[in-house]
Design a protein around this ligand. Sequence first.
Ligand SMILES: *[C@@H]1O[C@H](CO)[C@@H](O)[C@H](O)[C@H]1NC(C)=O
Length: 174
Amino acid sequence: MPATGHYQCLLFFSLLLASLHLAAAMIPALAPAPAADANATAHRILARFGFPQGLLPGNVVSHTLSHDEQFEVELSEPCYTWFSDLAYFEKTIRGRIAFGRITSLSGIQVRKYFIWVDIKRVVASKDGGSLVFTAGFLTERHPASEFQDVHRCEKRAEISSSGPGGGRAGVAVA
Ligand SMILES: *[C@@H]1O[C@H](CO)[C@@H](O)[C@H](O)[C@H]1NC(C)=O
């Protein structure tokens, strides 16, 4: 084999090895994480993408993240948690995640002016200090610090509303 041919041959094999290596590196990302680690790693993944970890509650049982940014998070059960609004998490949450940007989101609803709205998109500000949530025509900015702590997720929600006296009226929602 002439010297150039030999070189091309080597180049071909190193490219082949490199792509096999890449493919192998993608496999763990596609496989669901074992349940014991899933909760903690789901929150770490949020942080890696520039989001506060408390965006997801603390009862994640599995998650997948594919190389094309699609993610799926499975909770132990659908549940409620309070941020500045009451939020409802379905058992399965899906969407696309890129750095500072979650789109095509499904599975998270927030109670706004007595109606439930689907959060479709969450975008972090450049400095990571705030998050902009989009639900239909509604857009709202919240400080990221509001989502720093991972909340426990409850089967039932106490809906509290500030009455004229500023009191909390508890209504149980199942
Ligand atoms: C899930 O992970 C978060 C963040 O690491 C942690 O705060 C929370 O307590 C964990 N929940 C459980 C049930 O272990």
